[in-house]
Design a protein around this ligand. Structure first.
Ligand code: NAD
Length: 445
């Protein structure tokens, strides 16, 4: 059993604290501002249910920071949604948008509900009522939602439609991204999170991230979560030559050391609603999947799955975080001690928000770009962001002694700084960018 603090917002703040130690000149008051969300909204609302009763739901929206542009972040429908989870996810969005250099801030929303237990009609009522409760707190230039766990393109169509009903006579397509293609969605958005992760992995391997490995060909991969992020990752990583040895969803996992055909897995999941029972595979638990003997582990479900309680069992050499917050700080330390490299969420899964940005640009210009065009742009951004984080790690690790001395001079604690992992390097890149913009704009009034 882990005794770690698993509160996601505490974890997000701790990650920021870790990064700030390498930025001795960061004004302490500004840093405190960056640690807190700008705005948090809590709404409680009823719906009349299909069965004739009334049920009440709680929803949240947090905007963490808008220095670099409008708030941007998904809406999650899950029974375990909490305000602190939403706060954490909103702050990770701020850092993610800054790491890839797109002009958005960070936001996130969620409704405490279990979409699997709700009728289509009840879900539609929840979406519409939630959006109307948020009112003008969301908007094409203020805060722009997107899909997350438990929501999808259909949900986003309803978000758009509800907002449109309240704001007729103007182009409202940019109020939400991840929409269906025929309602202003972008080609390539559905696979963007996974494709972005692929581009990050390709670039990092090409630059020597793992000794003796230049690309994904022949690497064995285990993926936890088979939704938008994990499902597409299985297909795309297999197309790039990797061997997918394990997959899982909330009901459990499947394993075949010789490789699983992603197309067969998608078909089985579509037909039966689960991965379990896929022909030619044996059943494994989600815990077993995390400790499989494989080269690459891709958490693509929820937070806190790799903790100080199980990190020592991870046998993969590389973890690619398509989920947000899957690895706790305690686990990071253990993985780094074992030489396991983690491509962190705020870099590895930023492809989704990047193509959401392209969707927003297309909506504002009334254009539709080819999928090839979207993917080419995505590759350029993800490759550049990967280079930026790898170079920041190199730069920081080459100057830890000088930074330690500088901390002492400035009256900060003089504890010797240690070399950073890629997560801290990515946070440093992001915090520098957000802090720079905040100071250049000036603090109002
Ligand atoms: P999704 O709802 O499409 O899929 C989630 C998957 O996780 C499903 O297969 C579900 O069965 C599985 N799952 C749920 N609980 C699980 C558990 N306890 N153990 C194992 N599997 C479980 O969601 P998604 O959009 O793919 O999001 C997954 C992760 O990726 C989240 O952390 C999300 O924040 C992150 N993410 C998503 C996007 C995006 O564009 N959708 C972008 C960036 C990051």
């Amino acid at each position: 059993m882990t005794t770690e603090d698993l509160n996601p917002f505490h974890i997000a703040q701790r990650q920021l604290d870790d990064a700030a130690r390498y930025l001795p000149e960061l004004e302490p008051g500004l840093f405190e501002f960056l640690k807190q969300p700008d705005k948090v909204i809590v709404v409680e609302f009823p719906i009349s249910t299909t069965s004739g009763g009334v049920r009440n739901f709680v929803g949240y929206r947090a905007v963490h920071n808008r220095s670099r542009g409008p708030g941007k972040g998904g809406i999650r429908f899950h029974p375990d949604v909490t305000l602190d989870e939403v706060r954490a996810l909103a702050s990770w969005m701020t850092w993610k948008c800054a790491v890839v250099g797109i002009p958005f801030g960070g936001a996130k929303g969620g409704v405490v509900c279990d979409p699997k237990q709700l009728s289509e009609r009840d879900l539609a009522h929840i979406v519409r009522r939630f959006v109307s409760e948020l009112g003008d707190n969301i908007g094409p230039y203020t805060d722009i939602p997107a899909p997350d766990v438990g929501t999808n393109a259909r949900t986003m169509a309803m978000v758009f439609d509800t907002y449109e009903m309240m704001h007729r006579g103007q182009n409202n397509l940019g109020v939400v991204t991840g929409k269906p293609i025929h309602i202003g969605g972008s080609l390539g958005r559905d696979k963007a999170t996974a494709r972005g992760g692929l581009f990050v992995a390709r670039r990092a391997l090409e630059r020597g991230l793992l000794d003796g490995v230049d690309d994904l060909r022949g690497l064995t991969v285990a993926i936890q979560g088979f939704g938008n992020s994990g499902g597409h990752a299985a297909t795309l990583f297999a197309e790039d030559g990797a061997r997918i040895v394990a997959l899982s969803d909330s009901r459990g996992g499947v394993f075949n050391a010789d490789g699983i055909d992603p197309a067969a897995a998608h078909e089985h999941k579509r037909a039966t609603g689960a991965l379990d029972g896929l022909a030619g595979t044996e059943s494994i638990t989600n815990q077993e999947l995390l400790s499989l003997d494989c080269d690459v582990l891709i958490p693509a479900a929820l937070e806190n799955v790799i903790t100080s309680g199980n990190a020592a069992d991870v046998k993969a050499r590389l973890v690619i975080e398509l989920a947000n917050g899957p690895t706790t700080p305690g686990a990071d330390a253990i993985l780094s001690g074992k030489g396991v490299v983690v491509l962190p969420d705020i870099l590895a899964n930023a492809g989704g928000v990047t193509v959401s940005y392209y969707e927003w640009v297309q909506n504002n210009k009334n254009e539709q770009w080819d999928e090839e065009d979207v993917n080419t742009r995505l590759e350029r951004i993800m490759t550049r962001a990967t280079d930026g984080v790898l170079e920041k790690q190199e730069q920081i690790n080459g100057s830890v002694d000088a930074l330690t001395a500088q901390r002492k001079e400035l009256g900060r604690d003089g504890d010797p700084l240690q070399p950073v992992d890629l997560r801290t390097a990515a946070f440093i890149v992001a915090v520098e960018r957000v802090a720079q913009v905040t100071l250049e704009r000036g603090i109002w009034p």
